[in-house]
Design a protein around this ligand. Structure first.
Ligand code: G3P
Length: 215
């Protein structure tokens, strides 16, 4: 399974990269706004830190505008993946990007058929938002299960990025379903490493190691 960091904070990205667990980065306008920095500068800097896919989101509402943004974003660095919202205009833009050889990530997917359409439009990635569905009382991971089965049924190469992840159980469920990628905040990546029984086990082994006679 691949892990992407879901952040636009370059210090978090540096830390994640140093952990050796980061295969890519996803951003969105809300995450970039939180940094207080100009959009293009943030994306350029992230691309300098991470060789894998870096999602940068379009903000136009029509396909022509999205495509124009996509061309500009894709020119920043080869790993830029253009994030396009799941609308009819977004699907048109995704198809045009695919034809132009621009990698895409269709985002804000909340039901499996939206994801199927994204795959049909040639999306490189599709991002189902599990946490936001859970928030409104609909099991987000059920959508991922159905979407994975649909893409497998037709052999689409589109990779699923499980997004809007709120906790480690989401990551566990995504891995059980064979989703290709989880995009996670740094604190969840750290949380995947840790277990209190690992920590107490290490402490005990270290204490006992001191009791081993030297020789
Ligand atoms: O980057 C998209 C997605 O992961 C957003 O998550 O926490 O805002 O629902 P969240």
């Amino acid at each position: 399974m691949k892990f992407f960091l879901d952040t636009a904070d370059v210090s978090e990205i540096r830390e994640g990269v140093a952990m050796g667990l980061v295969d890519g980065v996803t951003t969105n306008p809300s995450l970039v706004a939180k940094t207080g920095r100009p959009f293009r500068k943030v994306i350029e800097e992230i691309c300098g830190l991470v060789p894998g896919p870096v999602s940068a989101e379009t903000v136009s509402e029509d396909a022509a505008g999205m495509l124009a943004e996509a061309r500009e974003l894709a020119a920043i660095a080869p790993q830029v993946t253009v994030k396009i919202p799941m609308t009819l205009e977004g699907l048109k833009a995704t198809k045009a990007c695919t034809q132009a050889g621009i990698k895409t990530n269709v985002t804000l997917v909340f039901q499996p058929l939206q994801g199927l359409l994204a795959a049909k439009a040639g999306a490189t990635f599709v991002s189902p938002f599990v946490g936001r569905l859970d928030d409104v009382g609909t099991p987000g991971m059920d959508m991922v299960a159905d979407l994975k089965e649909m893409l497998d049924n037709y052999g689409y190469p589109t990779e699923i990025i499980v997004a809007s992840i709120r906790h480690t159980i989401h990551v566990h469920q995504a891995a059980m379903l064979g989703a290709h990628i989880c995009t996670v905040p740094l604190k969840i990546l750290r949380g995947l490493v840790q277990h209190p029984l690992t920590d107490s086990g290490i402490r005990k082994f270290l204490e006992d190691s001191k009791k081993i006679p030297k020789g």
